[in-house]
Design a protein around this ligand. Structure first.
Ligand code: C2E
Ligand code: MG
Ligand code: MG
Length: 690
């Protein structure tokens, strides 16, 4: 029989000083019989207390079952020893993890009635293990719940792990990919391309960053993936494999592509925009330079497109532009690029042009599109175009010059009327420069005192009496010299300067009247030329009142010359303005009469007092019977409408005699007097009177 013999001192010391807990336990009751100090320390009870306890009492209920069944096997001799990890309750209520090893204390021929239990406190190790498990679980959850597709591959690149996200991104279940490589998920070409990049960046950076690759979804369509990852190694530094995070950037790519597209295309028509056109033309020019070829540039501008937008609305305008761009595209030859520059402007270049004839033919084809009406919402719309052409290298060697010159040619085409094509000529650019120069100088003409007024006498040809005078604007620029009104008035009208200039002129004339009055000169009516812009865009009635009040003169001494265009565009507003002016005492005359298309009907409605026969008819006298016939007709018309008549541009005695003979006795012209500076006018006419 072998029993734990506590009487043996050596054994006793070993038992007491052991680094592990050792206890003798009753096999049936589980009662502690002998316990060493370490055991007591582990569970927090004294030896005495321990002796009143059984292992079942100390054991955590979750572990008791395993413990008891082990004990049973042991007692029945099925096993010779068992070990398990289990939890005790410490006296203070906390849990203690122990590794328990139990073996029987045999008494020969008997079933063991005592067991020896050895326990090792593994609480710390266990807690660390639990923490590790918990954090592993956290990472697992993280890896599995992320939107990215996370993978681990072995050193041959075969997937050993992929998170479930792969199913959402590529349609595969994770297990379907195990053992495969990324190359199985791509086309052969893409796989080769990506492999090279992977290998290159790994070598260079030791990891892979932002590698874009196109994988195929299980259903076959393309998914753009961005891969970041790095290799991992064992403790000896041997490569084990790679871990990577793959992100589906298909949508992002699409958006970027879209933004890119929008930056270079016109949203309405889908045509390239100016930016794209310019850079393409740039490349085409470089090519043409090397190969000694020509490029033709067509600047295409729709005429009066604004009218369509204004009258039919932007919706119709937009649809029309789309339709036009479609038709333009259909005419475009393979080597040409068409773009919309915005608004109603299109531009096109054609490469490898052999001759001017070729580009002209293309322009003609485009023009033909506009000979037929466009149908938008059941509306038939006729649109005309103006096309300007420039050629590389003749008309410019860079993008900017070529486009600018085609644009200039287009303007000239427009000036010729609808549906015209015009080739660029060097003079156009000189003309435009001159015009811009004039514009700039005219802007400052008033404040720099460059404007003045000359007066031309209007006389009664029968008695040579001064009956009126016309104020004519003069512009002398120190640099350019004298610029005739026929040249600068249209610019002033277009630029809107005419409003200020017109007001300046009225004010200056009024001041002149006062000066002359003060010198004892009873002036007849002075007529002032009024631009249609002044009637339409300013409150002319208020201005006239204000200025005459300022000067202290009556408006009876002024006459306003309007053109037939005012009569033709007679809106109710214009008529009201003219009526109001007339009511202020002003007289109204129609200048250059006969050159416009004003009809009798229109004339009758307006408060007109006088017609001025245009000088072109007067100059026809004794040269062209048509002119004479027109003069007779105008005279008859004036009589029937009870209007005063005056002939402009009378230069010869023959003209004067003809007019007198026909019954027109008032005249203005070089034959009687040139337009004169105020002082000269005074000398000429007052002195004569004296
Ligand atoms: P307009 O109102 O018909 O003025 C008469 C033009 O005929 C003046 O030219 C005058 O110098 C010119 N003229 C007069 N007698 C003869 C003649 O016997 N033979 C020839 N060949 N010409 C003669 P000008 O001063 O060059 O003015 C040209 C046009 O400029 C004017 O034609 C008028 O339409 C416009 N204009 C002149 N001053 C003003 C102004 O203050 N405001 C506006 N809006 N237009 C003005
Ligand atoms: Mg006039
Ligand atoms: Mg005139």
């Amino acid at each position: 029989m072998y029993r734990l013999n506590m009487e043996n001192n050596k054994f006793r010391a070993l038992f007491e000083q052991a680094a592990v807990g050792v206890a003798e336990i009753d096999s049936y009751s589980g009662q502690f019989i002998t316990i060493n100090q370490k055991y007591c320390d582990i569970v927090g009870y004294s030896e005495e207390e321990m002796k009143t306890l059984s292992f079942q009492k100390l054991t955590h209920p979750d572990d008791i079952q395993e413990d008891l069944s082990n004990m049973k096997l042991l007692v029945e001799g099925e096993i010779r020893e068992f070990s398990m990890e289990k939890r005790y309750f410490h006296k203070n209520g906390s849990l203690v993890w122990v590794k328990l090893t139990v073996s029987p204390l045999w008494s020969l021929g008997e079933r063991p009635s005592r067991h020896i239990a050895v326990v090792e406190d593994i609480t710390q190790k266990k807690q660390a293990e639990i923490a590790l498990k918990e954090s592993e679980e956290k990472y697992r959850q993280l890896v599995e719940s992320t939107n990215d597709w996370i993978v681990e591959v072995d050193k041959e690149g075969k997937y050993v792990y992929t998170n479930p996200q792969v199913e959402t991104i590529l349609g595969y279940k994770p297990y379907e990919l195990i053992g495969k490589t990324f190359m199985d998920l791509m086309t052969k070409e893409e796989a080769e391309r990506v492999y090279e990049i992977f290998a290159g960046t790994i070598q260079e950076l030791g990891k892979f960053e932002r590698i874009e690759n196109i994988c195929l979804h299980k259903k076959g369509y393309e998914i753009v993936i961005e891969t970041n990852g790095s290799p991992f190694f064992d403790s000896d530094g041997n490569l084990l494999g790679y871990r990577g995070i793959n992100r589906d950037i298909t949508e992002r790519k699409k958006t970027l592509k879209m933004l890119d597209y929008l930056a270079y295309h016109d949203y309405l028509t889908g045509l390239p925009n100016r930016l794209l056109f310019n850079s393409k033309l740039q490349i085409a020019i470089e090519e043409a330079r090397k190969k000694n070829q020509k490029i033709g540039i067509l600047f295409i501008d729709l005429d009066k497109f604004k009218n369509i937008n204004d009258t039919l609305g932007h919706q119709v305008g937009d649809e029309l532009l789309q339709d036009i761009s479609q038709k333009l595209i259909s005419q475009i030859i393979e080597k040409a690029v068409l773009a919309r520059l915005g608004g109603d402007e299109f531009i096109l270049y054609s490469e490898r042009v052999d001759s001017l004839q070729e580009i002209n033919t293309l322009a003609q084809k485009i023009l033909e599109i506009f000979l037929k009406p466009f149908t938008i919402n059941d509306l038939e719309l006729f649109v005309t175009v103006s096309i300007g052409i420039s050629l590389y290298p003749e008309d410019g060697e860079d993008v900017h010059t070529l486009i600018k010159n085609a644009d200039l040619a287009m303007y000239e085409a427009k000036a010729q009327g609808n549906n015209h094509i015009k080739l660029f000529e060097k003079e156009m650019s000189i003309r435009i420069q001159e015009r811009m120069d004039l514009e700039n100088r005219l802007r400052y003409a008033i404040e720099r005192n460059e404007l003045s007024i000359e007066y031309q006498a209007q006389i009664n040809m029968v008695n040579n009496q001064l009956t009126g005078m016309e104020a004519l604007l003069r512009w002398n620029n120190p640099r350019i010299g004298y610029i005739p009104p026929s040249k600068f008035i249209p610019i002033a009208e277009e630029m809107g300067f005419i409003l200020n200039i017109g007001e300046w002129l009225i004010r200056t004339v009024c001041k002149q009247i006062v000066l002359w009055k003060n010198s004892g000169f009873t002036i007849p009516r002075i007529s002032i030329n009024i631009s249609v812009k002044q009637i339409e865009q300013t409150n002319l009635v208020r201005i006239m009142k204000h200025i005459s009040n300022e000067a202290g003169i009556s408006l009876n001494c002024l006459e306003l010359e309007i053109t037939e265009s005012v009569i033709m565009s007679q809106t109710e507003k214009n008529i009201a303005t003219l009526d109001a002016l007339r009511n202020l005492g002003l007289q109204l005359s129609v200048d250059d009469f006969g050159t416009g298309y004003s009809s009798l009907k229109y004339l009758k409605r307006l408060p007109i007092h006088k017609l001025k026969i245009d000088k072109s008819f007067v100059s026809d006298i004794s040269k062209d019977s048509n002119g004479e016939t027109i003069i007779r007709a105008i005279i008859a018309l004036a009589k029937s409408l009870d209007l005063v008549l005056i002939a402009e541009g009378v230069e010869t005695v023959e003209q004067a005699n003809f007019l007198i003979g026909e019954g027109c006795i008032l005249a203005q012209g070089f034959y009687y007097s040139f337009p004169l500076k105020p002082d000269h006018f005074f000398d000429r006419w007052i002195n004569i009177k004296k």
